[in-house]
Write a protein that binds this ligand. Sequence first.
Ligand SMILES: Cc1cc2nc3c(=O)[nH]c(=O)nc-3n(C[C@H](O)[C@H](O)[C@H](O)COP(=O)(O)OP(=O)(O)OC[C@H]3O[C@@H](n4cnc5c(N)ncnc54)[C@H](O)[C@@H]3O)c2cc1C
Length: 429
Amino acid sequence: MSKNVVIIGAGVAGVNAATKLIDNQFDGQITIIDMGKDPYKRPYEEVMTGFLGAGGWSDGKLTYHTSIGGQLAKYCGEEKAMELMDQVIENFKRFHPKPEAVQCSNPIEEPDFIKPYFGLRLFPVWHVGTDYLHEIGKNWFNFLVEGGVDFKWETKVTDIDFEKNIVYIGDEKILYDELIFGVGKSGIDFGKKLAEKYELPTEPKSVQIGVRFEAPQEHFQKLIDVSYDFKLYRKFDDEGVSLRSFCTNNNAAYVAVEETYGDHSYNGHAKKDEAYRNNMTNFGILMEINGIDKPFDWSRNVVQSVNKNGTGLYYSPTRKPSTTSEGVDVSAVQINEDDLKQVREEFRGYFKYIDGFIDDMKKVFPTLKDDWGIYVPEVKYLSPEPLVNYNNLSLTKYEQVYFVGDALSARGITVSGAQGIYVAEKLIG
Ligand SMILES: Cc1cc2nc3c(=O)[nH]c(=O)nc-3n(C[C@H](O)[C@H](O)[C@H](O)COP(=O)(O)OP(=O)(O)OC[C@H]3O[C@@H](n4cnc5c(N)ncnc54)[C@H](O)[C@@H]3O)c2cc1C
């Protein structure tokens, strides 16, 4: 019997799923509902909603590694994950008006001088070319329309009845046999609402917490020459902890305060304009800690306990906090070595990993010595991820409903598209 597949979200996940179904002569009905516009009507500046979703319309850098862009290999294994990502890249080339213009930047081998202290994550990136994304969108859309996909544009799904297989658009009802839920970041609140309403079980999450490290760029130049936004990492598998440098900024690198739930934490950004050059480097030293009960509450408590006088902390053996790109001091209370002992306690034994990371950076970058500072804390609060069956991404509680893309665990175009294809392959059987 032919099936009626409804896809919510014409983002990269939904579009890749539909493409896979059509390529395999799927004999059911495919309906895609999106609150944004088709690629002929979608304005360039509408970056979040519409055909090809978020990054597929505005940026188009396709990362190609299973440890980048969220979790994929967790569900299907490394080899299958790479094969699925290949399919996504091929789809972008296939609808590209000039496929030969798609470039792959393939970084060189890990340099010897950082070994044995750190690993350096190097991964290929396919650059589709921002200028071409809108043409790709139109070609891809035409293919799907010709393949029989029924699109409903500027149509917001307001509710779903997982028990009775009904999608609601206000009062209008659409029935489905199989539902692919690919609403991306713009649908994050909708996903959360459904997860609460249906009490969907969730994946255990890790804690992601650390500090923002800052130092003059000259100390890191040797590594920056190899990899501009380098990603150092190390793992302590037995202890359930891994660390990584996160979001590296150079040249005109500034530390920024983030306010979340009323507390301060830190992040960084870089300016392109030469006028802002300060020759600094900053990056997060983020720990991923597994096995903590109630990771959200745990992180919140640590963040609260290292806020003082309404802001975060700054420690350096020699330096003062920097200024922001607007020229004002980065908000932070400067602490001394004694106060840092208190911070170590608030991190409940985990700060030793950050200490170790910094000590080893001093070995790898010999000029660094005491010429650095840290802003405490940096934190990523991970939103709950619904528990799915790993073999097809269907909800463990409702097996006709498949979560894909950013609505599940992805954080990137290639992984999101790959998840869409993975589901479609299972539907084809
Ligand atoms: C500005 C920007 C640039 C980015 N650049 C890159 C990049 O270069 N490389 C990279 O790998 N990643 C990038 N990303 C991240 C990447 O875009 C996402 O990880 C990816 O798009 C997720 O795909 P998705 O299909 O899950 O969701 P999306 O692509 O976000 O698509 C979701 C779709 O669902 C629709 N939708 C949401 N809620 C509803 C509802 N209730 N009813 C109907 N429709 C709904 C939206 O309109 C949207 O079209 C970027 C993100 C942004 C915002």
